[in-house]
Design a protein around this ligand. Structure first.
Ligand SMILES: C[S@@+](CC[C@H](N)C(=O)[O-])C[C@H]1O[C@@H](n2cnc3c(N)ncnc32)[C@H](O)[C@@H]1O
Length: 277
């Protein structure tokens, strides 16, 4: 479905917008591949994972797996969740390394508590700010998403969500629901003075890890405007990720709780990671 120059989120549900045509664009368009890869790289950098240690990560709105591929290239294991069957089919066709899961983040992330060492999301979370039917209340869907995300992260882990808020009210709505769910953190803005390159990264901490990194800028004097924090908690940078039973062991133990079996992608890898609830 084409967006005719407007915002994709105004064109109806994500699962209809990201149809086969859109999925094809993602995997064939070198500019798209480059942008997704770069933003995944920046999100991974902002996760501050322990160096040289493979981690077990979640990619929300994983789509065709371009962002996930970056995680694999950096030696991490990942699970992706996405609402669009066409995008997930594209990921399967590309034989991405991650395990893929069809689901709506607005209904919660259906994995066991404490499963993931970190989470990234590229250009997906702003979709929750739009409703397509009366029962879709953005604040409720955001809260359901953030509280389930908080639960599936190892305590002290981070989530870095790159997003495209439509306006400051939307960003406020998103950060308010993240805080209500228990997260601390803030928004890192890269290239704040560039219309094209400006990017928002919502950096969430599920524990007392609250040093917010600086956003990137071409001019070091711009840094002051490039971050905003929604916590005053004291800085504490101890990394609690990894621990006993590292990423590869947890591949076998994480499980979906609320999801019925028809949601599983059956074309590959069924049973290697998740068991139907
Ligand atoms: C810009 S694309 C991200 C592409 C992805 N990073 C990649 O590498 O291909 C945004 C993705 O968010 C997904 N999305 C939107 N709303 C969603 C929701 N409620 N739950 C899960 N995924 C959603 C879309 O289906 C789409 O694949």
């Amino acid at each position: 479905m084409a967006s005719r120059g407007g915002r994709p989120e105004h064109c109806g549900p994500a699962e209809l917008f990201y149809d086969e045509n859109e999925a094809r664009k993602y995997v064939r368009n070198s500019r798209m591949i480059d942008i997704q890869t770069k933003m995944a790289g920046r999100a991974l950098e902002l996760l501050y994972l322990p160096e040289g240690q493979p981690c077990f990560l979640l990619d929300i709105g994983c789509g065709s797996g371009l962002s996930g591929d970056y995680l694999s290239d950096e030696g991490h294991y990942w699970v992706g969740i996405d609402i669009s069957p066409a995008m997930l089919d594209a990921a399967l066709d590309r034989e991405t390394q991650g395990d893929l899961f069809l689901g709506d983040m607005g209904q919660g992330i259906p994995f066991k508590p404490g499963s993931f060492d970190g989470c990234i999301s590229i250009s997906a979370v702003q979709w929750l700010c739009n409703s397509n039917k009366r029962s879709d209340v953005p604040a409720k869907r955001l809260f359901c998403f953030f509280s389930s995300l908080y639960s599936v992260l190892v305590r002290g882990a981070r989530a870095v969500l790159q997003l495209y808020p439509e306006n400051s009210e939307q960003l406020e709505l998103i950060t308010t629901q993240a805080t209500r769910a228990g997260f601390t953190g803030g928004v890192v803005v890269d290239y704040p003075n560039s219309t094209k390159a400006k990017k928002f990264y919502l950096c969430l901490f599920s524990g007392p890890v609250t040093v917010l990194p600086k956003g990137l800028s071409e001019n070091p004097d711009e840094d002051e405007a490039s971050e905003s924090r929604f916590t005053n908690a004291s800085a504490h940078l101890e990394c609690t990720l990894g621990g006993p039973g590292g990423a590869s062991q947890r591949l076998a133990s994480v499980g979906a709780q609320q999801v019925s079996s028809e949601y599983w992608l059956t074309r590959s890898r069924r049973g290697t990671l998740l068991s139907p609830g």
